[in-house]
Write a new protein. Structure first.
Length: 291
């Protein structure tokens, strides 16, 4: 089967997740491209602000119906779902995880402010952890504890994303940093919408970063030794996003200043080589997380 559409979407995205596919064997790389293309398409739907809200809700339902077809013996209409269908069958991907992902996208359509860390963690689970749970089915694993590892790592990555994208999200009218913590540190929603960088904001961001560090450490401790070689793509993601979190900390979480925050190509290359070696040798040296 050709995965031309999915691979084209993956190449154009230039995302850190797509970068991690370099460590996969060709057949798994193609499967992950199909999964990634689906995730990319539904995620972009939530951010397409030129499209009316009602139309985006309808598009989300169209994806939901198309996904149901992909889980049947009928042929889906959308090219991405056509390429995803054999991947679902080959790797026995659970339908419930796709449903959770679509619920996460629905949260982006309906919610612009999260009341507390519990609701934010649910969002992180739906848009990130379930992608990890689907991915490990493709990677292959032996120890069921790997599922807990995927959940923890997904939350760590998403919290890092949220901290990086505070300014961009504010420009879309979205605030992910929980309202109860904003009150505790004295940061208003308007402060974020107006890109106000203050000592209070820095303290708030450090608190959220602390929760991300907790999940990085949890993921590192949960990864079964016997599954370490199979999880090298996930481990590369963890390493890249941990470096991103360190960059955020180095600039005191000031994401409102000009300039793009990213991990450079040279650093990514070093992380690819280091991750490959550590997973191959099943090294217990941490690839990310607090020392």
């Amino acid at each position: 089967m050709s995965y031309a559409v999915s691979q084209s979407i993956t190449r154009k995205s230039a995302s850190n997740l797509a970068l991690a596919f370099i460590l996969l064997r060709p057949e798994k790389r193609k499967a992950m491209s199909a999964l990634y293309a689906f995730c990319r398409q539904v995620d972009d739907l939530a951010d397409e602000e030129t499209t009316p809200q009602s139309r985006r809700r309808q598009q989300l339902e169209d994806w939901r119906r198309g996904l149901a077809v992909a889980f049947s013996e009928a042929r889906p209409e959308h090219p991405v779902l056509q390429e995803l269908q054999p991947v679902i069958a080959r790797y026995h991907l659970p339908h419930v995880h796709f449903e959770d992902l679509l619920e996460g996208v629905a949260m982006d359509l309906e919610i612009t402010d999260y009341p507390d860390a519990t609701q934010l963690e649910l969002y992180c689970y739906r848009v990130a952890s379930v992608v990890g749970l689907l991915s490990i089915e493709i990677f292959g694993y032996r120890n069921p504890q790997c599922r807990d590892y995927a959940v923890a790592l997904g939350k760590a990555l998403q919290l890092t994303n949220i901290l990086r994208d505070v300014a961009d999200d504010a420009d879309r009218g979205r605030v992910y940093l929980p309202a109860d913590e904003r009150r505790r540190f004295g940061v208003s929603r308007d402060d974020l919408l107006r890109h106000r960088y203050t000592p209070a904001y820095r303290a708030l961001a450090e608190a959220v970063a602390g929760r991300a560090r907790h999940f990085y450490a949890q993921a590192r401790n949960l990864l079964p030794v016997e599954d370490q070689p199979a999880m090298q793509a996930a481990e590369l993601m963890g390493a890249v996003y941990w470096r991103l979190l360190e960059r955020l900390e180095a600039r005191h979480f000031n994401v409102f200043a000009p300039g793009t925050l990213r991990v450079g190509k040279a650093t990514k290359l070093r992380l690819i080589l280091r991750t490959w070696w550590r997973c191959r040798t099943r090294s217990r040296l941490p690839n990310y997380g607090p020392a």
